[in-house]
Design a protein around this ligand. Structure first.
Ligand SMILES: [Zn+2]
Ligand SMILES: [Zn+2]
Length: 155
């Protein structure tokens, strides 16, 4: 039902909306169907067809059975993807949990499972260790610089 798509321009039929979405999309090597909405920001949710969210419009016409009470979640983690097999409806809290529970941190390290909760640890140990190492190196450089300045003062 197109009336479920908030902000969608009224002149669309299901068929013309499907064609419109496909015309604006490109298949990526990862199998995503990335859609081009208004504006030039990519990698974010896209608006088109009036002021409708592309992933919601795609869910309605390609997947079907859209429930406006639930969110449309991207299994691929690509917000501007409209590939029907990458879209899934989840409640808001499930959607947040899915987002928080990616198996890798944003730097691509495998995350560790906390045995107490059975969920991934929030802080990535590798990133943490690297940040500490950078901090120690900075400290050491500052100390060395201070020593050198002190040496110049004394001579
Ligand atoms: Zn995708
Ligand atoms: Zn990391």
């Amino acid at each position: 039902m197109l009336s479920q798509i908030n902000g969608l321009s009224r002149h669309f039929t299901e068929d013309t909306l499907r064609a419109y979405l496909l015309n604006r999309s490109t298949r990526t090597d990862q199998g995503c169907l990335v859609v081009r909405g208004y504006g030039d920001r990519r990698g974010v949710y896209q608006k088109l067809g009036g002021r409708a969210w592309a992933h919601i419009a795609a869910y309605v016409v390609f997947v079907g059975g859209y429930d406006p009470a639930l969110e449309v979640h991207h299994d691929c983690g690509v917000p501007d993807c409209i590939e029907p097999t990458h879209l899934r409806q989840l409640s808001h809290s499930d959607s947040c949990r899915e987002r928080a529970q990616r198996p890798q941190c944003r730097n691509g390290h495998d995350r560790e499972v906390d045995p107490a909760t059975g969920r991934f640890r929030r802080v990535c140990r590798t990133c943490n260790r690297e940040a500490q190492k950078r901090w120690r190196e900075r400290q050491a450089a500052e100390v060395a610089e201070a020593r050198a300045a002190f040496g110049r003062m004394r001579s």
